[in-house]
Write a protein that binds this ligand. Structure first.
Ligand code: NAD
Length: 505
């Protein structure tokens, strides 16, 4: 491998109190370009002392920021949004260079993130409280939504712009200060967004970025100056974050992994369905929390559907994400590519029918890139590892069942419950599916039903620990505390307060 000299590799700074910082004396990690397999950048890993510095900056900035009129905060958000629009192609290139997905896909993901900032521009309306006159004689009650304090966000590698933007625009618009800990595999986009936010007029310290791994995350979870934690990542870590942060007395929402099913009924338009499933399974190399990874083919749908999927899966153009005409890029790291390939080995060992085999795939001129071809399994059974585990790669599996009832029961038995889709021409079947399925986000002839920014995003069961979803109105609830004020003006002609519990009248 033709790796550049260590000294020539730039390091990604952190962002604390409105400026880029490169703390000394900390551990460093490599950031790969997945298409070349080379270390492209280096990233410092924050120690507890660095985290403490970020918390101090956020705490100091919070005192003033929470007092800004929401309309003024919204104006900063509007300027940030305009800068994000201007910088969308550059941000997409950063995403592709560290994650590997295609530029078009990266552009779309940045767009979906920007839509949350667009929603956050309406914060004056979203923060409105309630008022009731005369809850008692000449007694009024109103409610306020106030910021929670200093919030932290811990995000996964697969959406370097969009997932952080599920969190920080809403938290900051609500009047909180924010510390983002992006995935150490894709650290650069977060720092670029912090620069743009400052350029938009955000006061120093309101938005901070620290990098790192478990040590940094644990320091955030343990820090008494952090009041709320938002997490998106794999289920075991989500559970750990939820338990640890809750034990430390913090408000927490922790979104976990997924195994998203697509149920295909025999009356579905199979050509349309196969096209939808191919994009949903192999787009972004299957590294999407809403990727379809398990097809449940009902009755006569199975044979023709598998034939179509096999043909289309093997026609996907795979290569570097920044090359024209490419539909699927590499996986994020060599380690992850090897893990996904080992699931293919396991599937074969456990007796699933291998229809398309992506192992051993390489791209000419990019032999060190972390590429894997598309894999399709048929006749998978629920007890097999490739069904039970989240693979998070370009591996699609097909399970066969006889009826819609069986399909619903199968999906509902799965411990993951992020997204699900049904493909059918029957309104009755779709309506029943929508009613009975125990999953947070449902698509009807829509393979990846990611809610738009003004609805909330989140799964059920092992795909979300906590009560509130991200973005939309649920995020306003998460990032604010409600205060209810009851008011009486004693100079009015009212009876003096007594010793008993007050009642109406
Ligand atoms: P991950 O759980 O390995 O890492 C997520 C974050 O946690 C990173 O910032 C990482 O640095 C940190 N982390 C990792 N190990 C840790 C540990 N032991 N202690 C404390 N912190 C730790 O996830 P990933 O591989 O970056 O992302 C892929 C996963 O994220 C998949 O499971 C995917 O389904 C999930 N995901 C879920 C959603 C959703 O909305 N539910 C969205 C995107 C991704």
């Amino acid at each position: 491998m033709n790796q550049p000299a260590e000294s020539k590799i730039e390091s990604v700074p952190m962002w604390i109190n409105g400026r880029a910082v490169n703390p000394g004396g900390v551990r460093m990690g490599g950031v790969f370009n997945p298409a070349t397999g080379q270390v492209a950048r280096r990233v410092p890993y924050a120690s507890a002392a660095v985290v403490d510095e970020a918390v101090k900056a956020a705490t100091a900035a919070l005192a003033d920021w929470r007092q800004w009129p929401p309309l003024r905060r919204a104006r900063v958000m509007q300027r940030f949004l305009r800068l994000m629009e201007e910088n969308q192609p550059a941000l997409a290139r950063i995403v592709t260079s560290e994650h590997g997905k295609t530029i078009a896909d990266a552009m779309g993901s940045v767009q979906r993130g920007m839509e949350v900032a667009e929603f956050a521009c309406g914060i004056p309306q979203l923060l409105k409280g309630e008022h009731s006159e005369n809850v008692g004689t000449q007694v009024d009650t109103h409610s306020l939504r106030q910021p929670v304090g200093v919030c932290a966000g811990i995000t996964p590698f697969n959406f370097p712009v969009m997932v952080p933007m599920w969190m920080f625009p809403m938290a900051i618009a609500c009047g909180n200060a924010f510390i983002l800990k992006p995935s150490e595999k894709v650290p650069s986009a977060s720092v670029r967004m912090a620069e743009l936010f400052k350029q938009a007029g955000l006061p120093d310290g309101v938005f901070n970025v620290v990098h790192g791994d478990k040590e940094c995350v644990d320091a955030l979870l343990a820090h008494g100056g952090i009041h709320a934690v938002s997490f998106v990542g794999s289920t075991p870590i989500a559970k750990y974050i939820y338990e640890t942060a809750a034990r430390a007395g913090k408000r927490v929402q922790a979104l976990g992994g997924a195994k998203n099913h697509a149920v295909v009924l025999p009356d579905a338009d199979l050509e349309f369905t196969a096209d939808a499933l191919i994009g949903a399974a192999y787009g972004s190399a299957g590294e999407r929390c809403m990727a379809i990874s398990a097809v449940v083919a009902v009755g006569a749908a199975a044979d023709p559907l598998v034939a179509l999927l096999s043909k289309k899966a093997q026609a996907i153009r795979i290569g570097p994400g920044d090359r024209d005409g490419i539909e699927m890029g590499p996986l994020v790291t060599a380690q992850h590519r090897d893990k996904v390939a080992s699931y293919v080995d396991q599937g074969v060992k456990e007796g699933a029918k291998l229809v398309a085999d992506g192992r051993g795939f390489s791209v000419k001129g990019h032999e060190d890139g972390f590429f894997l071809g598309t894999t399709l399994f048929d006749e998978v059974r629920p007890e097999m590892t490739i069904y039970r585990d989240e693979i998070f790669g370009p591996v699609l599996i097909v399970l066969r069942v006889a009826t819609l009832e069986e399909a619903i029961a199968l999906v509902n038995r799965n411990p993951y419950a992020n997204g699900v889709a049904i493909f059918t021409e029957s309104g009755g079947a779709a309506r029943r599916f929508e009613n009975e399925i125990q999953v947070g986000m449902v698509g009807v002839n829509v393979p990846i039903p990611v809610p738009v920014a003004y609805y909330s995003f989140g799964g059920w069961k092992n795909s979300l620990f906590g009560d509130l979803h991200v973005h939309g109105v649920e995020s306003v609830k998460f990032y604010t505390r409600t205060k209810v004020v009851t008011t009486r003006w004693p100079h009015q002609d009212t009876p003096a307060p007594g010793f008993h519990m007050p009642t109406l009248g």
